[in-house]
Write a protein that binds this ligand. Structure first.
Ligand SMILES: [Zn+2]
Length: 300
């Protein structure tokens, strides 16, 4: 039995987006931001893996009260290779569709369809705000890379369910990362600066395009947040094998995220067996106890 903790709600200013949120009245927005981060080292595997009973699944405390309307926003084409973008777009739509297909198979009585609008070209949206796209309730946006040197997030989801009638979740997916996050300085690469006499190292810090499977993993995960799921916390080093909402991934590995039974239970719990169609309160204030991350023991 694991209690579900309420996530922290932060005031958070998202910057550097094609769709500029900074033209918003920032103070009126409560954005709850979740990020999917890079794991660069594989932790030592304990002799005995912890069982799922110690795992914890969180939710964000919000849900959409109408069928989700997903809008994709093309990234700045001067920063992202065009052919790569077309494949990214395909993988992103596949991830959105997989949430729909998996939930429909799991709870066939429910209506789990989302509407995906045609992709908005960069030239059209670069100087716009979410207010200009009031029909969108899940914004799926892409950036070349995360410009925050303090952050290793590969994706972020922000939520604006504040007083405005336009309630939406806002996803940013970063498409490039450093392949070698653990840098070993090799003396063979050292050069003496002829003027200062200091030894300099040349380190290749080129950002690489993320593999398409990784892009799919990130979009699948962030869409989970976009629908109201929190993180699945597990002591297991392979948490992604239990939930697509595991909070970290290795971007240049062969990890494949997919929607697991725990994710379907949790989304079914948030929206009910009839899916996205019935009007329902958008705030979820109760506190539930889960057994093994999936079975609801009771809500208080
Ligand atoms: Zn996350």
């Amino acid at each position: 039995m694991i209690p579900i903790n309420k996530p922290n709600i932060n005031l958070y200013i998202l910057t550097g987006m094609g769709l500029s949120l900074n033209r918003f009245k920032i103070l009126s927005i409560v954005l709850l931001v979740c990020s999917l981060s890079i794991v660069s080292t594989v932790s030592t595997v304990p002799a005995q893996l912890p069982d799922e009973g110690s795992d914890r699944y969180e939710y964000l405390g919000i849900r959409h009260d109408t069928r989700p309307q997903v809008c994709l926003f093309e990234p700045n084409p001067t920063h992202v290779d065009w052919d790569y973008w077309l494949e990214v777009e395909y993988e992103s739509k596949r991830a959105v569709l997989d949430w729909q297909l998996e939930m429909t198979e799991f709870l066939p009585e429910g209506d789990w369809s989302m509407y995906t609008h045609s992709t908005v070209p960069y030239i059209e949206h670069w100087n716009k705000t979410p207010d200009d796209y009031r029909h969108c309730t899940i914004f799926l946006t892409f950036e070349a890379f995360n410009e925050d040197p303090e952050s290793n997030a590969l994706g972020l989801t922000g939520i604006d369910f504040s007083k405005s009638s336009h309630k939406f979740t806002y996803i940013v997916v970063y498409l490039h990362a450093l392949e070698h996050t653990n840098i070993v300085l090799n003396f063979d690469d050292a050069k003496k600066d002829p003027i200062t006499g200091l030894t300099k190292f040349e380190i290749n810090l080129e950002r690489q395009q993320l593999p398409l499977q990784t892009v799919y993993n990130i979009v699948l995960h962030e869409m989970g947040h976009g629908l109201g799921l929190g993180h699945y916390e597990s002591l297991s080093p392979n948490g992604y094998k239990r939930s697509t909402m595991t909070p970290s991934l290795q971007p240049f590995s062969d990890q494949v995220f997919d929607i697991k039974i725990a994710d379907k239970f949790m989304l079914g719990y948030l929206y009910g067996t009839d899916g996205y169609q019935k009007p329902q309160p958008i705030w979820i204030s109760d506190h539930c106890l889960f057994d093994h991350g999936i079975k609801v023991i009771g809500c208080y």
